[in-house]
Write a protein that binds this ligand. Structure first.
Ligand SMILES: [Zn+2]
Length: 233
């Protein structure tokens, strides 16, 4: 029995896998996931979604096929009693609000953070009503190049990246470039940015509890209408 991550998947097959898994990790329901495949001919549905953390746990279960198959056959996110707190399920076709330090709230802002032309953070509507909003995140990898680490909820990271979810708090970090984000998802309808360190070319953005800085200078929201475009520096 082998468990592998699928780098590519046919769009129709991808849609079928997402639907079968309830758009979340089979084990924990997290909506930042990878497509995985268990090569075993007794399983009708052998492709599934797993978050980076649970993938490690599932790899450890390869030596225990009955347990592994049970997890894959019963995706937690499609179970009616599943508690979706802290996950991205919106319950409707809309965008989550973005909360920034200083009480700034961005409504209906698909690209709330743009740095030097790079859309650092992007949110798209759910694929289906009741499904999770779709998060896209660009940060610098160890080679100093900006990289789409999360692509519409699909995790693209390798060993140089850290991903961790503790309840409704998410941590994504590149150990070498030091680019990172720490955010919370509240009730599916809000993303609160606690910390963000990102580079777009020569420019550097820092968001933390002290405020928002671009290249070391405070970023000022000029007037209310500017909030609709978020941080554009
Ligand atoms: Zn998981």
């Amino acid at each position: 029995m082998k468990l592998r991550v699928l780098e590519q998947i046919e769009p129709i097959e991808g849609k079928a896998v997402r639907t079968a898994c309830g758009y979340g990790c089979v084990r924990c329901g997290c909506n930042i996931v990878q497509y995985c495949e268990l090569s075993h001919d007794t399983l009708a549905q052998n492709r599934f979604l797993a978050c980076p953390e649970c993938l490690k746990v599932l790899r450890g279960l390869v030596k225990d096929p009955p347990v592994l198959e049970r997890v894959i056959k019963h995706p937690i996110a499609i179970q009616p009693e599943f508690n979706r707190k802290g996950l991205s399920y919106l319950g409707g076709m809309r965008l989550p609000d973005i909360l920034l330090p200083g009480g700034i709230v961005l409504h209906s802002t698909p690209i709330p953070v743009v740095l030097n032309g790079y859309p650092i953070l992007r949110v798209d509507m759910p694929e289906v009503s009741g499904g999770p909003f779709q998060l896209t995140l660009r940060l610098n990898g160890m080679d100093g190049q900006i990289f789409k680490i999360v692509d519409q909820n699909l995790w693209r990271g390798n060993d140089e990246w850290r991903f961790e979810r503790i309840g409704d708090a998410y941590f994504i970090e590149n150990a070498i470039s030091a680019d990172r984000i720490n955010f919370g998802i509240h009730g599916g309808s809000e993303i609160e940015i606690y910390e963000l360190q990102a580079c777009g070319g020569e420019r550097r953005l820092t968001i933390n509890s002290s405020g928002i800085d671009v290249d070391g200078a405070p970023f000022i929201f000029q007037k209310t209408s500017d909030r609709m475009v978020g941080i554009s520096a």
